[in-house]
Design a protein around this ligand. Sequence first.
Ligand code: SF4
Length: 101
Amino acid sequence: MISLKYVKLLLTYRCSSACPHCIFNCSPRAEGLMDVKRFAGCWEEISESCPPDIFEVQGGEPMLYLDRVCLMVELARSGGAQERWVTTLPRDQNLSAAEIP
Ligand code: SF4
């Protein structure tokens, strides 16, 4: 069985910022959001064929959809993946894995 190091989820193109250098053209007006059911199907396929060590959540700003992304993280955790977050939150406000419900 092949093992992946990373799986990265670009949860949304929506972001509280609109940086001119953004490679995904994210902004407060951008649309596009992964739904939980679709993610669950993708995650099941990935887990069965090549379970990743790390699940990285990014966007856009994933914290804009905290309830949704926490469901996805729980699914990834249940498969043994560690999660990482790419967020615009200041470092001292960033949530550790232990603080996420
Ligand atoms: S995702 Fe990052 S680079 Fe893109 S607009 Fe948001 S803060 Fe800026």
